[in-house]
Design a protein around this ligand. Structure first.
Ligand code: ATP
Ligand code: MG
Length: 400
């Protein structure tokens, strides 16, 4: 005997009224995408339930994939058997024995199929007795059991589930449009991308790269981070912007203490132009209030002036430790702390303004024409499609 189904429960989406159909369809599609690599595994829906038919695939491996799909409240491994008391007993025993870290249990029978001739209460007792006499070390606890062995008798069959595994919650990726994530090699921006995805936002990423000051390995690190994010959603296009020339020009032509602010404004301008080309309606950053000079309220106000696209800043109110905790949980931390330089750490002004003003920055920018370099950077963008499978599937070179 083996678990042959994974039951998927979705919670928050039930609140979404008119959109519910679209959300559920998307969730089913997203789960389907994640289990594609398992031959014959299928995601199905009947009577308000979603489940994966394992068709012989390793239950744990498929579960690991499903656990990372946003929009799922909880999951359980399940066994489907005929509506037959002996078979139900065997399956319940299997379910209990294969629940992890369990000492106490409770059996809950739900008889939806009233043609089944043993009543719920009688079957509850029968199964409880069967489990106790065929196992060691378990006791029954009807109020706070470690595991509830659920037996659901339906028309077509009986389903038996044991442990409930928490899902990630959130909304299915793709139900809230798309955003362009400014992805550095740091700790924060991958976490920001993850949190945006959790709200159903699909992402593309943009990275500003300054060779030879920033190395190939620094670029690879960003691609690796994007790859880790694909585990929670779909493939991600990463737009790599050749930033060296523009960055050098900024640091040569602009007053030192304003160079960083102006560099950030350039990033937003270029990011917005990618959005326009790719039909993306917002930007997402790992900005956080008060961490560093570029992230004071004045600084945000001045940098934000160059775009009127919505900017999603999921980390804006978080403490660094909260961010690190999430980074560890989602598997980006190890990569983020690799010591490869990024374009912002290479060109660090000696004393950046912590309170840059819009009027001053606008004045300085008016004294030099950056248009040619901005356009050159945009024209030089290399787009790399990162999937959660092979290393790098495609590189489709210059898009513009
Ligand atoms: P992170 O940990 O994400 O690097 P940070 O704490 O180092 O962030 P900043 O360096 O001020 O903060 O960067 C703020 C945000 O600007 C980043 O979270 C990211 O969204 C964006 N950003 C910074 N550098 C780059 C880059 N080279 N390419 C793309 N986006 C960048
Ligand atoms: Mg950084």
């Amino acid at each position: 005997m083996e678990f042959d189904h994974i039951l998927i429960r979705y919670g928050e989406m039930a609140l979404k009224g008119k959109n519910i159909k679209q959300f559920i369809n998307k969730l089913q599609h997203n789960v389907g995408q994640k289990i594609k690599e398992f031959p014959d595994a299928k995601v199905k829906r009947t009577q308000g339930r979603m489940f994966v038919l394992l068709n012989g695939n390793d239950p744990k491996a498929v579960m690991e994939k499903c656990k990372k799909v946003f929009g799922i409240q909880s999951l359980s491994l399940a066994i489907k058997v005929e509506n037959d008391v002996e078979k139900i007993k065997d399956a319940a025993l299997y379910a209990l024995r294969n629940a992890e870290d369990v000492k106490t249990f409770k059996v809950s029978v739900k008889r939806i199929n009233k043609d089944f001739d043993v009543r719920s209460q009688a079957l509850n007792q029968m199964l409880g007795g069967h489990l106790l006499s065929n196992t060691e070390g378990f006791t029954v606890d009807v109020h706070h059991p470690d595991v509830e062995v659920k037996v659901e008798i339906r028309k077509e069959a009986t389903y038996i589930t044991s442990s409930i595994v928490p899902g990630l919650g959130g909304l299915p990726v793709g139900t809230s449009g798309k955003s362009l994530l400014l992805l550095s090699g740091g700790i924060d921006s991958p976490v920001a991308g993850y949190l945006a995805m959790k709200r159903g936002v699909a992402i593309e990423a943009i990275h500003f790269h300054s060779p030879p000051f920033t190395s190939e390995r620094a670029k690879q690190k960003v691609l690796d981070l994007a790859k880790q994010l694909t585990k929670y959603g779909k493939s991600i296009n990463v737009h790599i912007v050749p930033f060296t020339k523009l960055q050098q020009e900024i640091f040569r032509e602009m007053p030192d203490e304003y160079a960083m602010t102006i560099m950030r404004r350039m990033m937003f301008r270029i990011a917005e132009s990618v959005c326009r080309n790719e039909n993306i309606l917002s930007l997402t950053t790992g900005e956080n209030l008060g961490q560093v000079a570029s992230q004071t309220m004045d600084s945000m106000h001045t940098i934000n002036e160059v775009t009127n696209y919505p900017i999603i800043r999921p980390l804006v109110t978080m403490d660094k430790l909260e961010v690190i905790n999430i980074a560890e949980k989602i598997g980006t931390y190890e990569t983020s702390i690799l010591p490869f330089e990024d374009c912002c750490t290479i060109f660090v002004p000696k004393s950046p303004k912590t309170k840059p003003k819009r009027e001053k920055v606008n004045y300085y920018e008016s004294t030099h024409d950056f248009t040619a370099s901005i356009n050159e950077a945009i024209e030089g963008i290399e787009t790399i499609k990162i999937t959660d499978k092979k290393e790098i599937e495609e590189s489709f070179g210059d898009l513009f």
